[in-house]
Design a protein around this ligand. Structure first.
Ligand code: ATP
Ligand code: MG
Length: 577
């Protein structure tokens, strides 16, 4: 990346926070000024004391020293606070933009990238940028100023010691950079070890039921110990290497100090330096360590930030293959029309082939077909999780899906999937899906309409009761999902019926809830149970992505040669299971 690109980036994200950035710079420069003043006060004190100077002056020097000490901490606290503040404000905006971008990307993108990967992209990479935004410029300029300040002050005392210290600074900087380049891969390996360990734990904890049921706890623990031992090795290596590398720079600075003292002593003997000046040079040598470390660290941060930023840029450049339209879908029940729809997830293995059908508004379509025949895919297309291939089209309420906004589409179509997601949140939040505009009366009316009142009465805190993740039975989850859809009041309802059998009581409740939900709406039901099939108006059977049969249910049921009639004879459950 060129310097211009960096400046543009900094400008773009820092502009809204100008006053804070300016204040941050003031604090950093203040901190540097105070640090540079300490050795000067020290020298004044020592030389005045040795010359039997007035007590007043000594008192003043001590007072200044105290004030400088407090000032130093003040500037340090202020710059730490503002640095974090600016860093988080700017990167939060970036996190927000990235999250929004990812949420808008199509399902094809999301099935190609694991959640963990996206977390690392959206959070990990932006965190790497955080330092760059917060204080990169101020730190680099600050460190340079401190370095130059120290060297100028020393040169002013004596050119020979100035030259020696400048050379020392150069050597020390190279040494610090060298040790850092050795240390960075070791630290990276340590982080990698931890991310493996956490990844392992997360996956296994998520599958704890299956692990227990299958008696695999012992094997899993064995694996855990191995992953843990690997992490332990990495942590030890990084800790030891860290200590060794720190020792190297400490030893280096010991040499620097020895040199400063020897030269100071020599100049003192020559009568050129006072004891105070020897002290001053010694202190400035110590002070060199901070800007040298700071510069080396900033170079490293800059490299990390560049890598992170490149990945973020690449992510931003990915465009959703599903483009938003600008029309709206009409209110009321919606007619559905598929016109010559072809679709595949991967080129060469077609999933839907030339699918054309119409479903009139207010009617219910029962969708049947073997597993893998394309039923779920057909529904995903209705939601525009993917777009159909060139030449085909899907219409909803007469509008082509590509012409309407995704928002209006997803508001007007409601779906209950086989695998309902319940969030660890209150009943209210689970039903309104965190939309705070939804009023309690509305939610209670939905609960009442779907005949869930007796379940609701068992809740300890009404709508404020918390549902634990996985704390509901499959049947209860389904009923909650019905209530969600009911609240949305869509014009088309899609039910992907679970193939599992529920207890008769729950099944009856679901039946009643479905009746209520479908009243006055168009619906597509992927049916696995005979009871559900009995209530639909039309039947469509898919077979390897083609329509095998489509017609009125009664007509098909009465025609003994139809596939549907055959299914009814052999039993629906056996066929679709
Ligand atoms: N996200 C995906 N990526 C790639 N291929 C997929 C994806 N989802 C489904 N498929 C494939 O598409 C085909 C149709 O799958 P689909 O889920 O639509 O079947 P289905 O009729 O809903 O089956 P089931 O009755 O088991 O739910 C299958 O061959 C499946 O492997
Ligand atoms: Mg399916």
């Amino acid at each position: 990346m060129s310097a211009g690109a960096y400046l543009k980036l900094l400008g773009h994200y820092l502009r809204p926070h100008k006053p804070r950035v300016a204040l941050l710079a003031v604090f950093i420069f203040g901190y540097i000024g105070v640090r540079l003043s300490f050795p000067q006060i020290g020298r004044f004190f020592i030389d005045t004391a040795r010359a039997d100077g007035p007590l007043d002056s000594l008192m003043w020097a001590a007072g200044f020293y105290l004030i400088a000490g407090i000032g130093r901490q003040f500037f340090f606290l202020g710059s730490s606070y503002l640095g974090q503040d600016v860093g988080w404000r700017t990167t939060n905006r970036m996190r927000g933009e990235l999250s929004e971008h990812c949420l808008r990307l199509d399902m094809g993108f999301h099935s190609a990238h694991t959640p963990g990967e996206l977390v690392e992209r959206v959070d990990g990479d932006t965190t790497a940028l955080s330092n760059f935004f917060s204080a990169f410029a101020a730190h680099v300029i600050g460190a340079c100023l401190l370095l130059i300040g120290v060297l100028v002050f020393v040169w002013r005392e004596d050119w020979r010691i100035g030259l020696a210290l400048s050379l020392f600074a150069l050597v020390a900087f190279m040494a610090i950079n060298l040790t850092r380049s050795i240390a960075v891969p070791i630290y990276a390996a340590e982080r990698e070890g931890f991310s493996r360990l956490y990844g392992f734990l997360e996956e296994r904890l998520a599958g704890i039921e299956d692990i227990r049921v299958n008696g695999a706890v012992g094997f899993i623990l064995d694996r855990f110990f191995r992953v843990n031992r690997d992490a332990y090795g990495r942590v030890m290596k990084s800790a030891v290497m860290g200590a060794i590398l720190r020792s190297i720079t400490t030893i280096l600075f010991a040499f620097g100090h020895a040199m400063a003292m020897a030269m100071g002593y020599w100049l003192y003997v020559q009568g050129e330096f006072t004891i105070g000046t020897v002290y001053l040079v010694f202190e400035y040598t110590t002070l060199l360590r901070f800007p040298l470390f700071q510069l080396s660290e900033q170079i490293n941060d800059l490299q990390r930030a560049t890598a992170g930023f490149k990945r973020i840029e690449a992510l931003h450049r990915i465009e959703s293959r599903v483009l938003d339209g600008d029309g709206r879908i009409s209110p009321g029940p919606l007619a559905v029309a598929f016109e010559n729809v072809d679709f595949d997830y991967f080129p060469g293995s077609p999933v839907l082939r030339d699918v054309s059908f119409r479903l009139e508004e207010g009617q219910t379509l029962g969708l049947l077909g073997r597993t893998g025949s394309g039923k779920t895919t057909l529904i995903r297309l209705l939601f525009r999780f993917y777009d159909v291939h060139e030449g085909g089209q899907i219409r909803l309420g007469g509008e082509a899906l590509t012409d309407v906004t995704l928002n209006s589409l997803r508001q007007r179509v409601g779906m209950v999937t086989q695998d309902v997601q319940i969030f660890r949140a209150t009943v209210r939040e689970n039903l309104s899906l965190f939309d705070e505009q939804v009023e309690d009366d509305h939610i209670l009316a939905a609960i009442d309409a779907l005949d869930l009142s007796d379940w609701y009465d068992t809740l300890p805190n009404g709508l404020d009761s918390t549902i634990a993740a996985g704390g509901l039975s499959a049947g209860e989850s389904q009923l909650l999902a019905f209530a969600r859809v009911f609240l949305k009041d869509p014009g088309l309802v899609i039910l992907d019926e679970p193939s599992s059998r529920l207890d008769p009581l729950t099944e009856r409740r679901i039946e009643r809830a479905v009746n209520e939900l479908l009243r006055g709406r168009t619906a597509i039901v992927i049916a696995h149970h005979l009871a559900t099939v009995q209530r639909v108006d039309d039947i469509m059977i898919l077979d390897e992505g083609r329509i095998l049969e489509h017609g009125r249910r009664e007509t098909l049921a009465q025609d003994p040669t139809s596939e549907f009639a055959r299914l009814l004879r052999v039993g629906l459950e056996d066929h679709t299971a």
